[in-house]
Design a protein around this ligand. Structure first.
Ligand SMILES: *[C@@H]1O[C@H](CO)[C@@H](O)[C@H](O)[C@H]1NC(C)=O
Ligand SMILES: *[C@@H]1O[C@H](CO)[C@@H](O)[C@H](O)[C@H]1NC(C)=O
Ligand SMILES: *[C@@H]1O[C@H](CO)[C@@H](O)[C@H](O)[C@H]1NC(C)=O
Ligand SMILES: [Zn+2]
Length: 459
């Protein structure tokens, strides 16, 4: 029974899951007078190898700015363990555009591209109300249905620990005390890990089904020093130690093989330099077009321009198109320093693969900035290098890691790179949740997960 393979639709496997639970519970009750779940007869008849936990559990850990390849910088024995015993995106996880922290964490949580979940950048202005979003928690900004809401709406228990957006009340989710600590970077990573693990010491019926934990490293070090700095290597090592702390804590509780641990990041990191060699200056376009500073909502890594025409200007769309044409003419003239590394679009004309047009919040003109380049108004004489992200999600440097470990993930499996909007459906499938509408494929979970009931051997 335990090895029976079947390839049914997720809905059917959900129904089967419930049938199995009912049947297994009944078997446990009739064959053992104890709590049943540890009795040998239950172990033989149950369709999945849960020893301690009586349900599927997902613990997702985000390591902010963990560029794909960082795992080769130094010894990362704990990430390596998850990779060798789990399933890995062989060439990394693809972020969504723009490859920034808030848009990506919320795409992982909702399965939606930023245009549909509303967090189109870390900071932006609502063009209708004029209000500024700057990582705030007012519910009106946060569209879509994140995993913790899906879980709680359907009767499961969720814990979040600093995941961007998780403190926003939504549906049945109130960010309950003790299950949703308030963002505070002073809390050491160790404390975050131990706090999340402590939920597994609760009475059985209070153990959460979904736990989402956030580490702000190695992003901080990557920004401050650039991705190739030895201090980033140290940060990677430190993050690996925290993953080790998670593994150790789960092993101590004898649930390491049962909990589905997913380790991932939100985006990569690339070296940036505030110097003429790596910069494009808007004022250099002045012979073709003068762009008022007030129109520029963001310079780089994403150039975002919102022209403010007088009310009586007709055909504002055409005027915007003229701005785009003049800018591109300048940039391709050969007379603008680094002009070839910036291409400007009406948002509707951006490559479709970016899915970055269908929101009124996205400014009408978007410039795609070349890898590691910066855009500024004019020369500043600064000479400083650091790291940044936000660039085209097609760039390898913007990729991050994905590793899944636990009974639904094959041992040692490599899967091709995929976009992080697929993850929502994967977690929903593991937890037996009905997914909200999203931009992931409903077939994707089958390509990365073992079918329910065909769970692998555990040692
Ligand atoms: C953040 O955590 C630190 C360390 O525990 C604490 O001293 C500080 O009061 C906290 N800040 C807020 C705003 O809660
Ligand atoms: C650069 O722009 C700022 C802000 O508009 C202005 O104050 C400064 O004079 C400019 N610098 C140069 C070198 O043009
Ligand atoms: C993304 O999902 C939303 C919600 O289902 C839908 O409205 C939108 O059309 C989808 N977009 C793409 C590009 O699939
Ligand atoms: Zn980030």
């Amino acid at each position: 029974m335990a090895k029976t393979k079947h390839a049914l639709s997720p809905k059917f496997s959900l129904i089967l899951l419930n049938l199995f639970i009912v049947a297994a519970t009944a078997a446990a009750i009739t064959t053992a007078n104890t709590n049943g779940f540890d009795s040998p007869s239950f172990k033989i008849s149950r369709p999945w190898p849960f020893k301690k936990l009586n349900k599927p559990v997902v613990l997702m850990i985000s390591c902010d700015g963990f560029r794909f390849g960082y795992q080769f910088k130094t010894d990362t024995p704990n990430i390596d363990l998850l990779i060798s015993r789990g399933t890995e995106a062989k060439h990394g996880l693809i972020s969504v555009f723009p490859t920034m922290t808030f848009p990506n964490h919320y795409s992982i949580a909702t399965g939606l591209y930023p245009a549909y979940h509303g967090i189109i950048m870390n900071k932006f202005t609502d063009p209708v109300s004029g209000e500024v979003f700057n990582k705030g928690l007012q519910p009106k900004w946060w569209l879509g249905e994140p995993l913790w809401v899906t879980a709680v709406n359907q009767g499961l228990k969720a814990v979040t620990y600093f995941w961007p957006g998780s403190e926003v009340p939504k549906g049945s989710w109130t960010c309950p005390e003790g299950y949703c600590p308030h963002f505070n970077l002073s809390i050491p990573l160790e404390e975050r890990v131990d706090s999340v693990l402590s939920h597994f010491d609760r009475p059985e019926d209070e153990i959460p089904d979904l736990l989402m934990l956030y580490f702000d490293e190695p992003d901080q070090s990557g920004h401050n020093y650039g991705p190739d700095d030895p201090r980033v290597t140290i940060a990677v090592s430190r993050v690996d130690k925290m993953i080790g702390r998670v593994i150790k804590g789960l092993k101590k509780r004898e649930i390491f093989d049962e909990v589905h641990v997913i380790v991932l990041g939100d985006h990569g990191m690339v070296t940036n330099c505030e110097c003429d060699e790596k910069a494009i200056y808007i004022d250099d376009l002045a012979d073709w077009i003068k762009i008022p500073s007030a129109w520029i909502k963001s310079y780089s890594p994403v150039l975002a321009i919102s022209p403010q025409w007088d009310k009586d200007v007709e055909n504002q769309g055409e005027k915007n198109a003229e701005v785009v044409a003049k800018m591109n003419e300048a940039l391709s003239s050969g007379k603008v320093k680094n002009g070839e590394f910036l291409k400007v679009y009406l948002k509707e004309k951006l490559p479709e693969r970016l899915h970055y047009s269908e929101s009124y919040r996205i400014p009408p003109i978007i410039g795609m900035v070349g890898e590691g380049l910066i855009v500024r108004k004019n020369r500043t004489n600064a000479q400083v290098c650091y790291g940044d992200h936000g660039y085209d999600n097609q760039l390898f440097s913007m990729r991050t890691i994905f590793v899944g470990h636990g009974s639904r993930f094959s041992r040692g499996k490599k899967v091709p790179s995929f976009e992080n909007v697929q993850i929502y459906n994967v977690v929903a499938e593991i937890l037996g949740l009905r997914p909200a509408p999203n931009n992931g494929s409903s077939l994707f979970p089958r390509s990365i997960l073992l079918p329910f009931g065909a769970t692998r051997d555990l040692t």
